[in-house]
Write a protein that binds this ligand. Structure first.
Ligand code: PLP
Length: 429
């Protein structure tokens, strides 16, 4: 496979951009080798600067649920940009976007647009702290909520220990305020809430964990967290930056029938443009400036071109049957991969929700972060490169969920499974 141009670009990039990339996972550090540089993308495919074509299961890390460069999304962007790129005063598309989000996600009675998922989660915990007057927040091992200081925290030893910074630059005084629990562990949650539940401003969780591969909630788990939060006056925050508008039109909260107090979104609602949003109960969101005292702002928030791309994407995914078809494709892909692994005698399992999936080089089930970590990552890395050489781009890390879009049809899935048959055969030692 030719990679001269990508290699030359990466060499230049490494001189000037930390690690040669503007977001760490793109550097292929965990799978080894060098990243390819994109030239363009269309439907289910990415094309690199050396002319290689890949079936893309990353989808720009989630936004491209309707496929790359969808004509309706491009047309909306083109139409909107002709009127100007940013106004700095309100525009009608922001109102239409707020109406769309609050209609689709009933727990969001009010919503505020921001520019990334990170901004959304940072703002949501500020609201939680401001509204409750409490300082502690609670997160879960393996969940990622962007790069805000309060989230770059790992559990200390023992449930009650204060959080430890897991990046230089995160003050321990701030990390101390973040408590961490193992995901899907009912008893640990009970104990923590018994001990300090009344100090917790908000519990933030990826309802389906997409940043530790892909881990689904055990039956009743999210409902149990809802009850604990209600009982102790802590706010339940669903981080649906990844799951929102994907696993069901109304996100994981619709799929599991849970009503969080606050939710965070990103990715799909920007259709590929930089966007995030947070929203929730009216009495909470009404406390955000300027209607209330909790400050949050953004020069480009509600950007018209981003709103247009997001609204066009929402229109596409509101089509009847869209998510059923996505679920069908996800199952077809995962069943095909599991069958190919079985035939090759390779220990392998998948997890899946509509439009997203996890690949594990171990036997199932995978229900906890510990289970996910027990996957044979060296095998995943070999599989990743074997698939890449065969024109299939999986997430370049054993701990990232994969994404299926509506552009992944039977032909793309057949191509992927055929590549997997060859790749699994190479893994037989
Ligand atoms: N929350 C979740 C669940 C995410 O998956 C991500 C990014 O992948 C974020 C927050 C942060 O979003 P962004 O990268 O747009 O800042």
């Amino acid at each position: 496979m030719k990679n001269d141009r990508s290699h030359a670009l990466f060499t230049r990039a490494r001189e000037l951009i930390p690690g040669g990339v503007n977001s760490p996972v793109r550097a292929f550090k965990s799978v080894g080798g060098e990243p390819f540089f994109a030239q363009r993308a269309e439907g289910a495919y990415l094309f690199d600067v050396d002319g290689n074509r890949y079936v893309d299961y990353v989808g720009s890390w989630g936004p491209m649920i309707a496929g790359h460069a969808h004509p309706q999304v491009l047309a909306a962007v083109e139409r909107t940009m002709r009127d100007g790129l940013s106004f700095g005063v309100p525009n009608a598309l922001e109102v239409t976007m707020a109406e769309a989000i609050t209609q689709i996600v009933p727990s969001c009675e009010m919503v505020r647009m921001v520019n990334s998922g990170t901004e959304a989660t940072l703002s949501a915990i500020r609201v939680a702290r401001g509204a409750t007057g409490r300082t502690r927040i609670l997160k879960f091992e393996g969940c990622y909520h962007g790069h805000g200081d309060s989230f770059l925290v790992k559990a200390g030893s023992g449930v009650m220990t204060l959080g430890l910074p897991n990046s230089p630059g995160v003050p321990s005084a701030l990390a101390d305020l973040t408590l961490t629990l193992p995901y899907n562990d009912f008893d640990a949650a009970t104990k923590l809430f018994d001990d300090v539940g009344n100090d917790i401003a908000g519990l933030i969780i990826e309802p389906i964990v997409g940043n530790a591969n892909c881990i689904l909630p055990r039956p009743g788990y999210l409902q149990y967290l809802r009850e604990l939060c209600t009982k102790h006056g802590a706010l339940l925050i669903f981080d649906e930056v990844m799951t929102g508008f994907r696993v069901a039109l109304g996100g994981a909260q619709q799929l599991y029938g849970i009503t969080p107090d606050l939710s965070t979104f990103g990715k799909i609602i920007g259709g590929g443009m930089p966007v995030g949003a947070y929203g929730g109960r009216r009495d909470l969101m009404a406390q955000v400036a300027p209607s209330g005292p909790i400050y949050q702002a953004g020069t480009l928030s509600g950007n018209p071109v981003a709103m247009a791309a997001g609204l066009a994407t929402l229109e596409l995914i509101r089509a009847p049957g869209f998510h059923d078809a996505l679920a069908h494709s996800t199952h077809a892909l995962c069943d095909g991969l599991e069958a190919a692994a079985r035939d090759a005698g390779v220990a392998f399992t998948t997890t899946r929700a509509p439009g997203m999936f996890g690949l594990y080089f171990r036997e199932g089930p995978v229900e906890t972060f510990e289970d996910a970590k027990a996957s044979d990552t060296a095998r995943f890395n070999r599989f990743f490169h074997a698939m890449l050489e065969r024109g299939v781009y999986l997430a370049p890390s054993a701990f990232e969920a994969g994404f299926v879009s509506s552009a992944h049809g039977a032909a793309e899935i057949a191509l992927t499974v055929a590549a997997a048959r060859e790749s699994f055969a190479l893994l037989r030692d």
